[in-house]
Design a protein. Structure first.
Length: 118
């Protein structure tokens, strides 16, 4: 599980990669993986990104979301979203989008619930 940590004045910034990210988002290296961060402020209720590369899996894993009608949704960007009990985003399956639950500051990690049934 990834956690968002506020940047300190001494901390070196993580490498940032825009390639392949939806507008307003960046990928930052976190160890051997990458995490999705806000490159600008998002307001509560605003779409953060669309789920555009969805595939369906028969079995769940830590990067899938259970769909209420069966199957497990996977999108490559879901792998890069932090999981927490107090997320700043939610997945709106009816819109196939990730939506800001609250205002998100520039530089803040994008997070969703640890599990859909928490």
């Amino acid at each position: 599980m990834r956690h968002a940590h506020p940047a300190s004045a001494d901390a070196r910034p993580s490498p940032v990669r825009h390639h392949g990210c939806p507008e307003g988002l960046v990928l930052r290296a976190e160890g051997a993986s990458e995490a999705l961060y806000a490159a600008r402020q998002f307001e509560a209720g605003e779409p953060v990104f669309q789920l555009l590369r969805v595939t369906w899996r028969a079995e769940p894993d830590r990067h899938t979301l259970a769909h209420p009608h069966g199957g497990h949704l996977f999108d490559p960007l879901l792998e890069r979203i932090g999981r927490t009990r107090e997320p700043n985003c939610r997945v709106a399956l009816e819109l196939m989008a990730v939506i800001a639950r609250r205002d998100i500051a520039e530089g803040e990690a994008i997070t969703i619930r640890m599990a859909m049934d928490d």
